[in-house]
Design a binder for this molecule. Structure first.
Ligand code: ATP
Length: 354
């Protein structure tokens, strides 16, 4: 029986995971998939109360006892250092070596895009490298708080790290019958790291001859994603560039409230989380959009080997929007729970009708 660790976390994380859990349980029951969920109370409350973020034993348990993690969000104004979020989320990314950050951005309905053109059917899938780049913490400061201060933040790229994320992007494109993979970099300026990415991209790409490949500088890509996003399909990028372009892609396909993401070590571990943060400004108002978290359930089911169930969840998310059951960020007045209930009932009748 697959076991899922639920980490609701802070702020609206708790509210959206509550709805995602209901959806997961309904589908699990209908599919007789027997998914079991354990809720783990890691987050700001515990950190403030006990001074503990996550222990080595808890990391070990997540690694050995669970098939996947579903996380809400971490971040609380009472913890300005965000120490607990770094320990828990970055800890899992690094310890479980979750090197693929997969961010699918599909436009559920044309009116959800802030772009004025009709982009119906737009689907962008971003593969962001998740363990290297500027996010390893390598670097340091010299003569801090003086006029002569020096600060360094290293950009790490290993051949192994680049090769495995580029391979994951091409393998996904092949499996999904996508016809183009685009590398996003800045190799005209960052020649050492950029040169490695370009060489590996070419070498790996040659082994997928049926898939077209091209490369774009990140600044040009930012422009093109606004100008003609329909030109792109699967994008692969370093940690920093992937972070930036995936937020842009999320925004042009409806905004933060809708976007799911997966952190994966293929064949081993996976952690799913909505792209949005803990949104303290709306926590407790019952207005958080749960669709990002519910769409994570779709990705999770796919990951557990139930792609049809995953597709049903995605279809139910689209149907809730089309039926007008929308939270305020999408122009409606439904609560977080209303959307969850609508989707649960829709799935129940969907399964009842075969
Ligand atoms: P982080 O640094 O953790 O990403 P952040 O404050 O930069 O956090 P979010 O917490 O995602 O970003 O919030 C950004 C804004 O987007 C919030 O103020 C909120 O209004 C809005 N927002 C985020 N998620 C949702 C959601 N699920 N539903 C509705 N609005 C949301």
């Amino acid at each position: 029986m697959p076991r899922i660790a639920l980490i609701p976390g802070d702020g609206i994380g708790k509210e959206v995971v509550r709805e995602a859990r209901r959806v997961l349980e309904v589908v699990s029951e209908a599919e007789k998939a027997g998914v079991a969920c354990d809720e783990l109370a890691y987050g700001a409350e515990r950190f403030l109360r006990d001074g503990v973020t996550i222990t080595d034993d808890e990391f070990a348990a997540i690694e050995s006892e669970y098939d996947a993690v579903l996380l809400g969000a971490l971040g609380d104004p009472r913890v300005p250092s965000n120490q607990h979020a770094k320990d828990i989320l970055l800890g899992m990314r690094f310890r479980l070596d979750l090197y693929v950050n997969f961010r699918p951005c599909s436009l559920l309905a044309p009116e959800l895009s802030p772009l004025s053109r009709d982009l119906s059917g737009l689907r962008l899938e971003i593969f962001r490298e998740n363990t290297e780049g500027e996010y390893t913490g390598m670097g340091g400061s010299l003569r801090k708080h003086t006029a002569d201060e020096v600060a360094l933040e290293e950009n790490i790229a290993t051949r192994m790290g680049v090769e495995r994320i580029v391979t994951a992007a091409f393998e996904y494109a092949r499996a999904q019958r996508r016809t183009r993979v685009t590398l996003v970099d800045k190799s005209n300026v960052m020649r050492h790291v950029g040169g490695l990415w370009r060489r590996v991209f070419e070498e790996v790409g040659e082994t997928f001859p049926e898939i077209e490949r091209d490369a774009m500088y990140v600044d040009a890509m930012a422009m093109d994603l606004v100008r003609r996003p329909e030109r792109y399909q699967v994008l692969v990028a370093s940690n920093l560039f992937g972070d930036i372009i995936s937020d842009l892609a999320a925004e042009i396909t409806g905004g933060l409230g809708l976007a799911p993401s997966a952190n994966i070590h293929p064949g081993k571990h996976a952690l799913f989380e909505p792209v949005h943060g803990s949104a303290p400004d709306i926590a407790g108002t019952r207005t958080a959009n749960p669709l990002g978290a519910i769409r994570c359930v779709g990705l999770l089911l796919d990951h557990l080997g139930h792609p049809e169930a995953g597709a049903r969840v995605e279809a139910a998310a689209v149907a809730s929007f089309q039926a007008g059951c929308r939270t305020p960020d999408l122009g409606g007045d439904a609560s977080t729970e209303d959307v969850g209930t609508w989707i649960v009932e829709h799935l129940q009748s969907d399964y009842a009708n075969g």
